[in-house]
Design a binder for this molecule. Sequence first.
Ligand SMILES: Nc1ncnc2c1ncn2[C@@H]1O[C@H](COP(=O)(O)OP(=O)(O)OP(=O)(O)O)[C@@H](O)[C@H]1O
Length: 246
Amino acid sequence: MPAVEVKDVWRSFGKKTVLRGVSFEVEEGEVFGLLGPNGAGKTTTLRIITGILKPDKGDIIVYGKSVVREREEVRRMISYLPEESDVYLRLTGYENLKFFAMIYFDDPKEREEAIEEGIKIANLGDAIHNLTKTYSKGMRRRLALARTLMVRPKLAILDEPTSGLDVYSSIKVRDSIKEFVKKTGASVILSSHNMLEVEYLCDRVAFIVNGKIITIGSPEELKREFNAKNLEEAFVKATEVGEGAA
Ligand SMILES: Nc1ncnc2c1ncn2[C@@H]1O[C@H](COP(=O)(O)OP(=O)(O)OP(=O)(O)O)[C@@H](O)[C@H]1O
């Protein structure tokens, strides 16, 4: 059984159809990337998988449970890093982690373990005890990622985890994601515009254009399929075909 089955998902906003029958599967322990031009429907797809948005048609099955019919059960398995996630600026990094651990866990031991895990993932050293309003963008993003992963979800959904970060912060974020998957065996679905990131992190990638999946494969398979030197070239070739066809 796949960890996640996205089945023929459709979604419109007003008259605009944004997702047109999106389907894909993600295995347990797999990092799956959604790549597509601006406005292709990546964030909408991710938000529908989390249950924040409802599909007009279709369903998503997460570890055997339907997002549409068993939303609460699914939500307990998922943790979501939105593209614009921010942290509470009047709290320290540590207090941010504690706050989220308190929302998530009733058991004090589980809470403490999550906070410890969050401190490790954020890897901010003594700055974890500083107010987050003094943090750089990269430090805030690492804290937001820590808060997302520390609760050990079975499925982490990460919307452009390194968007706007410099190369050093990006490397730290990517390494944390890799480490998380290795340690927990969880699945990850992420969206990104960064081809290097996708090649480094993702076992398989879906190219999405105009709300439709054009192709799915490992970075190596996609390069072969489009006779491309790198994923960027494969992406350009695939999306030109997709946009023309749409
Ligand atoms: N709540 C909403 N109301 C109306 N239109 C929306 C809403 N959310 C998304 N859209 C539209 O749906 C389309 C897809 O948006 P989405 O954010 O899913 O794309 P994306 O692939 O994540 O883009 P980007 O790479 O720019 O983040 C866009 O045209 C967007 O304007």
